[in-house]
Design a protein around this ligand. Sequence first.
Ligand SMILES: [Zn+2]
Length: 147
Amino acid sequence: MPGYDDPNDEGNSEKYHTGKLCIECGKRPAGTAWSPYFCFECNVKRIKRIDEQLKQIKKKLLYGGEIMIDISKIKVGDKVHYIPFDGCDDSRIENGIVKEMPGYTQTAIRVVFKCAGEWDRFMDYTSELTPKENLGYGWKNAEYEIR
Ligand SMILES: [Zn+2]
């Protein structure tokens, strides 16, 4: 998709503006050759995000590498799941919520795993420092979904 990050590319010209506002930032005019819903800035971020995901999937397919979470993109309150070891049974996977990113390490984050189902109050519960290698995005089994 060359040109998507070039503000002077024809695909980013006013010709593609839809007259609506960007669905992501809600501030700038939506519409580029790549999507009618996003402004130029948000579209660049979106395509980079997709690109990164594709790279990780490729890496996994080619080298069998694990798709790890990216600490720079994770936020407090994000849902994650803990995988004790590669290929383990689903029943051993634990869902959690990100409580803190300690500044002193780039390889682990603090996650709350057990809070008696009171996920809305996760900040009040004790977290565990968890290596990012063992974490995946989102919650695993939908039946555990509480909110
Ligand atoms: Zn935007």
